[in-house]
Design a binder for this molecule. Sequence first.
Ligand code: 13P
Ligand code: SF4
Length: 340
Amino acid sequence: MVTADELFEKLNRLRFGVEEENLRAHVEGVMPLIEEIEDLKKARNAVVLAHSYVPPTIIYSVADYVGDSYGLSKDALAASQDTIVFAAVKFMGETAKLLNPAKNVLIPGDDPGCTLADSITGEEVRALRAQYPDYTYVCYINTNADVKAECDVCVTSSNVYDIVERIENDKIFFLPDKLMGRNLIEEMTSRGVKKDIRLSEGTCYVHEEFDPDLVPRLKAAYPDLYIMAHPECRPEVVRQADYVGSTSQMFNVIKGMDVNRNYLMLTECGLISRIEAEMPGRNFVGTCQLCKYMKSNSLQGIRRVLAEPREEDFIKIDPGIMDRARACVDAMFHYAEKRS
Ligand code: 13P
Ligand code: SF4
């Protein structure tokens, strides 16, 4: 179990952390809760998976695995414990349940939605299929299970470009992120890959907020600026980035880069916090954005789902869609591992 000093040391490195004195009090205040959760994890034979965007106190205390949606899906698939507590959002918990259906999957967030996942339904995909039957339906992992059940291949931000390139059909319906979709079209063009790509209308309310005009202003002020962007950002933003990738890909790339350099990270604040806590010294300029859904996770929520779970805390997948939704996620692993 993490000690109060270890947790304090990590949290004290964060730019948006609380003042030192209050931080000490915060850490001392949560230690009994952390101990209780660790005991409950043992008693329930549970593992805690956490996305990089959830509050850092969770990441540096009770989380057993931290990562992006692709890495956490693999962790969920490999989990041997009886219970998976997924500190993230609902679609990630659903993906864990699809991949490891015998486990109890519990969602501790108070508001575990996602503007992308909530932008389209399975019924709407069926209607699109009737209208555009020749297309391969590629869904972003940020979709609910009923949507996955109507699609052919799932992708994440870490593999969307490579998987779409590898799909044999040159007609692709990509949903629901229209900004990621526009980035996908630009990337296929720059790779010389000819695909007819149709899009739907969803956006991530966090990443669409980044202003393309901010980038040249910051570049002028910081000539050494290295810019990283998540592919959910607008193409006008993504075009100006030095590196585009998933949260874990950005984290791994910055690990190998200069400490004494200025960085602009165009993603949710949680990723910057992780870099500040785990690789101190890099300087971040500009602003980041918060995802209220990811930030609705808390230690109290994790304790509650382990100690006294309510019916609605368990992820349940309609048996009528289980196999088709699972096949869509399996197709992602097939294409992701496939080398062209
Ligand atoms: P990653 O898979 O890159 O972590 O993205 C998940 C997400 O929801 C980003 O907004
Ligand atoms: Fe969904 Fe955006 Fe939050 Fe990611 S950051 S979970 S895409 S709303």
